[in-house]
Design a protein around this ligand. Sequence first.
Ligand code: MV4
Length: 449
Amino acid sequence: MFDKILIANRGEIALRILRACKELGIATVAVHSTADSDAMHVRLADESVCIGPPPARDSYLNIPALIAACEITGADAVHPGYGFLSENARFAEVLGHHGIAVVGPRAEHIRMMGDKIEAKRTAKRLGIPCVPGSEGGVSDDVEAKRVAAEIGYPVLIKAASGGGGRGMKVARTEDDLSDALATARAEALAAFGDASVYLEKYLEKPRHIEIQVLGDGRGRAIHLGERDCSLQRRHQKVWEEGPSPALNEAEREEIGNTVARAMQELRYAGAGTVEFLYEDGRFYFIEMNTRVQVEHPVTEMITGIDIVNEQIRVAAGAELSVTQDEVKLTGHAIECRINAEHPATFRPSPGLITYFHPPGGLGVRVDSAAYQGYRIPPNYDSLVGKLIVHGRTRNECLMRLRRALDEFIVDGIDTTLPLFRSLVRNPDVQNGLYDIHWLERFLAAEAAA
Ligand code: MV4
């Protein structure tokens, strides 16, 4: 096992990783920018190193500074968390060259899944169902028109280097296609330095359902069921839950086993998430995330498996602690991402938290690095904390969530807590009747009222 892990992150995920290290008896190194000297991850770690000024590119994304921090402290592994360098294949390689282990998959798999065309080609080869579309990239109108005619309109043009919804264009008819293709390619080139795009059938009202996986890198891989992340705004997840209200047990088993078999064949190492669109009873692969995700606690609450602990074990060359047969899904969990933003306009609201009272009680978990007297800096994402609630049934979970949200006090800044208090009381949400467009429609209607 590792002796010392450097956590290349901040905020609630840095605390989450610290907790897993503590339980494994591994010493911890926090890194921080000058804006984060008073951050809780710095206080709770065994050691800390200041790695640069507030802008992330000069600190949390600064690879030489992170390598130096490893050398100075003698850390033998790095956990990148999510965001920042977590899906940077070059960072994984550079750490390897310095003899430092990475808690995460091999650089080869990070790179493969970072190229959405290659990811899709790989998924298809491994027997994972994909959205009908082009085989590889499309570069000219003639080819695009041929593919679109074959799969039928509407079609969606996506950037190979995109992901998370950036650089997508819908073409409803053949008349739209040429312009959509040119715009998509220009935007992809400007945003990612890569004009490669591919084409898919556009699904009008799918749900976003993702499968959590764990692999040991030697051909053992398991799935931990799914999370339904359809409630999103501008490609930012807002509310995640598991199991999905839309799936039955047979569908869950089939997609889970398909994904687990694929990860076995890849010899995937560590935690990953395979994302699907789900419409009319069918799954369509969209992308794979090669990191621990913000919403991983949903899965931890319904499986009892510590996902970060499993990541660390596997990175150190140990076995996964569980077999597929031992994974049992129990009850229901919902996560709310509480952001420091205005609940209607979503305007960021950094600043001083004058009072902080998180909820508690049975089945209630709060993952947060905030505290009374903490000043949220304006330089990073606006996540104040995640409220995760578990219940034996979805209804129990909803009742408990309503209670926990009413108990949560954060004064001094705007937060999205009022939005969640309204969502938990909404009949569509209560009945699980939502798709990926539901939340934006709801917010537009609220704004108009
Ligand atoms: C799609 C789609 C409809 N049809 N692909 C957006 C994020 C990126 N990962 C994939 N995305 C989508 N891909 C096809 N063929 C609709 C979306 C999409 C979406 C997906 C998941 C969650 C929220 C979304 C919001 C808008 C569009």
